[in-house]
Design a binder for this molecule. Structure first.
Ligand code: HEM
Length: 432
């Protein structure tokens, strides 16, 4: 049974959503067949984004991609790959030719949601969500962000050798999202447990462990939906200082139903948690292995915003996303045929030697303005200001509270093909 059918069967996400989702299996089959033909023009590659070892440590592969050519094609995966910064940007800009409406992962899928829409429909859906992240909203979350960063950094400081992923990089974004949604303090623990387990609804793995985890994810999403609906019916989570409350105030035509509000909340949970966790984890790993850079930031804390941008570039928490071509699409000398699956390799584009000097090197004072870790164009990340605010707050606390960061063991990296970040990172902070 398909992932979407399973979701529908368990009632984990709204019926309106599941019935509107369309898996394009004919196109998927066509993709598979095409895979055995190969193409003139593009460089055929065995770079395989689905290989777990490559996903965990992809940097040699990126260097090879940049050396070998501009457009690559992996016949086994029936996937075209763009890795140059300029080419990924151009594809993100051209939403008529290179669309999100057939999916942004390897799975062809259509649904009436923000990330999977383009053009006027996308503009309409984006207008619904954008007010939740206004300047006013950001300003109102600053205090909570600073307090949380202070508390979590001091907890890491108090436990030398602890796993900073468990201690800080997972709880920080999760607690911020609970806060901005207005989840009452008494409910935060269960909200966290459901959200953490529920996140795995988007990364099904065909193994025993994967099936069990997926089952838990579906049950947790269902619990989360019941919780939201109970809260909504008593006016909860819709206060004027919450994200959903702000959206309701803006949508004065009554177009946002409770089902839609729940889907927006789930979108924020999925889009904002693991991504920010990966950014924060990447930051601890980088600073622990580059003590001179940490020292530079300590000596000049004005570098903090720039250091976070450089971290976004070097970590690139969403390593890649996919698009599908709606017409023949030309990149340099190569024409990617209409109906193709194209991987936009954000992580490789952020290490493009044509744009970044010595691209594999972290330099806190680089000011990497053309990084595309938050995407680019119409779909550029809505939550970017929140993610930046969290990372900057943690870095400010680090330079205040610690004079050194040292690894207390090897870092383990996730082997998910799209999201990449530390899953285990033992660390010791030396108090200032
Ligand atoms: C370091 C953390 C983050 C990274 C690296 C990141 C990255 C991205 C990227 C690359 C996109 C573009 C998707 C595309 O082109 O298809 C995106 C879109 C989006 N992000 Fe983020 N994100 C982060 C944090 C957040 C947070 C904290 C939130 C909200 C709480 C959020 C909400 C969204 C939403 C709603 C979209 C969809 C925008 C659209 O399709 O128009 N993100 N993000």
């Amino acid at each position: 049974m398909s992932l979407v059918a399973r979701l529908g069967e368990r009632g984990a996400i709204s019926a309106a959503f599941t019935s509107a989702i369309r898996l394009n299996s004919a196109a998927a089959l066509r993709d598979r067949r095409r895979g055995h033909r190969g193409w003139a023009g593009a460089v055929n590659t065995d770079y395989d984004p689905l290989d777990r070892a490559t996903a965990a440590q992809p940097f040699n592969a990126f260097r090879r991609l940049h050396q070998q050519g501009r457009v690559h094609y992996n016949p086994k995966r029936a996937t075209w790959i763009l890795c140059r910064n300029e080419d990924v940007r151009a594809a993100l800009r051209d939403t008529d030719a290179v669309t999100s409406t057939e999916g942004v992962t390897r799975m062809r899928i259509s649904a009436p949601v923000l990330v999977l829409s383009d053009g006027a429909e996308h503009a309409r859906l984006r207008k619904q969500v954008q007010p939740g992240f206004s300047k006013g909203a950001m300003a109102s979350w600053q205090k909570m962000t600073d307090e949380l960063a202070k508390q979590l950094v001091s907890e890491v400081l108090a436990e030398p050798g602890c796993d900073v992923v468990r201690r800080l990089t997972i709880p920080m974004p999760m607690r911020m999202i609970a806060h901005i949604l207005g989840v009452p303090d008494a409910d935060v623990d269960k909200f966290r447990a459901w959200s953490e387990a529920g996140m795995h609804i988007v990364d099904f793995e065909a193994s025993r462990h994967g099936v069990i985890r997926f089952g838990k994810a579906v049950a947790s999403m269902a619990a989360l939906q019941r919780y939201f609906m109970r809260q909504f019916s008593s006016g909860g989570l819709k206060g004027s200082d919450t994200v959903l409350g702000r959206l309701l105030t803006q949508a004065d035509d009554g177009s946002l139903t409770d089902d839609q509000l729940f889907l927006i909340a789930v979108l924020l949970l999925i889009a904002g948690n693991e991504t920010t966790t990966n950014l924060l984890g990447g930051m601890f790993d980088t600073l622990a292995h580059n003590p001179d850079q940490f020292e530079m930031i300590r000596e000049n804390p004005d570098l903090i915003p720039m250091a976070v941008e450089e971290q976004l570039r070097i970590t690139t928490p969403i390593q890649n996303l996919y698009r599908y071509t709606r017409e023949d699409y030309r990149v340099g000398e190569v024409t990617i045929p209409s109906g193709s699956r194209v991987m936009l390799n954000f992580a490789a584009a952020n290490r493009d030697p044509l744009v970044f000097d010595d691209p594999d090197q972290y330099r806190a004072d680089r000011n990497p303005r053309s990084h595309i870790a938050f995407g680019y164009g119409a779909h550029m990340c809505i939550g970017a200001p929140l993610a930046r605010m969290e990372a900057q707050a943690v870095l400010r606390e680090l330079v205040k509270q610690a004079c050194a960061i040292a690894p207390a063991g090897p870092t383990t990296w996730s082997a998910n093909t799209s999201l990449r970040g530390p899953t285990h990172l033992p660390i010791t902070l030396t108090p200032s």
